[in-house]
Design a binder for this molecule. Structure first.
Ligand SMILES: *Cc1c(COP(=O)(O)O)cnc(C)c1O
Length: 353
């Protein structure tokens, strides 16, 4: 079995979560978790715990927010956010492929103003020095650009509701979560298996527009049914709950952020030090703590490096096709030891050329 999973998503999860999840497939209160009714009191307990823990980790308990676990991935949220919130005009920050896709969906529902974009530089940095007018319904952006390895370090200061795709850095670091009005994140990048998407929404921003919204796409409908309007993805939600429990038992976001910082420092120091490699992101302050993108100066070393990577038991290191090179995704459950193994492989290549 490969030991070090740097895959960009679905991601590595804690070993104990895998074990608990496997045990529940065989026995969860005398049935399998795969066959229990979503209306059973056992599963309602799971759902309520998963919802409560998400708010607790983000520091948003009793602050007017609701947590939902929906289907359709973060991609569904590209359209659902606009369906529920965009009446006239919305502002979007274009920082990567996922922003482009979100913008495309939003344009179906209203006017979209792209306030800044780094597309002409293949998204190798986060654009700055833009303004968001007070006349827009909301401002949408991604905190972390999974494909390019860029990350926003600060929450943008604007006077309109903040709608944010945190798919690939949710629960990895502290942010001013109270400044956000809607946060969404596909579970498979940092929380659980593919199949459910966390949506945390401040209730007061909903119900303000005139259009009719189909029930399945209406946040208010899902809220009124406690995230059980239809059969929810039982198993992904259960595993997500286990990951949230694991995070809480170990010390929450404050604990994991320190480790994530150590992992990022370790890899970026090596990318900067090792003469064989170069980073993709041009502005050091934009580098992502979750996805480090880099490549070889000399592509003729590719086979040799790939072999060393494979021998070390490393999986999922190939960069996205739009960037090329390598991408080390260092989500919460990836250990510092795994990053050290990768760094040792980079040093080994340097020694042997
Ligand atoms: C992976 C990803 C998405 C798409 O998620 P799906 O769940 O596959 O729809 C959206 N945004 C970001 C930032 C991502 O990393």
């Amino acid at each position: 079995m490969l030991k070090h999973n740097f895959s960009a998503g679905p991601c590595v999860l804690p070993q104990e979560v895998f074990k608990q999840a496997a045990a529940a497939v065989l026995d969860f209160n005398d049935l399998s978790i795969l066959e229990i009714s979503h209306r059973s009191k056992e599963f309602i307990g799971v759902m309520e715990k998963a919802r409560a823990l998400a708010l607790e980790h983000l520091g948003l308990t009793d602050k007017g927010y609701v947590a939902l676990y929906l289907s359709g991935g973060a991609s569904m949220q590209f359209l659902m956010t606009a369906y529920n919130l965009l009446e006239h005009k919305a502002a979007y920050l274009e920082t990567g492929t996922w922003s482009v896709k979100a913008i495309k969906e939003a344009q179906i529902f209203g006017k979209v103003e792209v306030v800044a974009s780094s597309q002409s530089d293949n998204f190798n940095h986060i654009p700055k020095n833009y303004t968001v007018g007070d006349d827009v319904d909301y401002f949408h952006f991604q905190t972390n650009n999974t494909i390019y390895g860029t990350q926003l370090q600060h929450t943008p200061q604007v006077n309109v509701p903040l709608v944010c795709d945190m798919s690939s850095d949710i629960l990895s670091r502290q942010r001013d979560f109270e400044k956000y009005d809607l946060i969404y994140a596909g579970a498979q990048k940092n929380m659980g298996p593919a199949g459910t998407t966390l949506v945390v929404v401040k209730e007061e921003i909903l119900g303000k527009l005139t259009r009719k919204i189909p029930s399945m796409l209406d946040y208010k409908v899902h809220i009124s049914k406690d995230s059980m309007f239809n059969t929810p993805p039982v198993f992904p939600i259960y595993v997500t709950m286990l990951t949230l429990e694991w995070l809480k038992a170990n010390g929450g976001i404050a604990w994991i952020e320190k480790i994530n910082q150590q992992k990022a420092t370790l890899i970026y120091q090596e990318i900067d030090r090792n003469p064989l490699f170069k980073g993709f992101v041009t502005q050091p302050e934009d580098r992502s703590m979750m996805n480090a993108t880099f490549s070889l100066h000399d592509v003729s070393l590719t086979d040799r490096f790939n072999n060393l990577v494979k021998e070390a038991g490393i999986n999922g290191l190939n960069g996205h096709r739009s960037v090329g090179g390598y991408r080390a995704s260092m989500y919460n459950a990836l250990t510092l030891e795994s990053v050290q193994v990768l760094v040792d492989v980079m040093k080994e290549l340097e020694r042997t050329v």
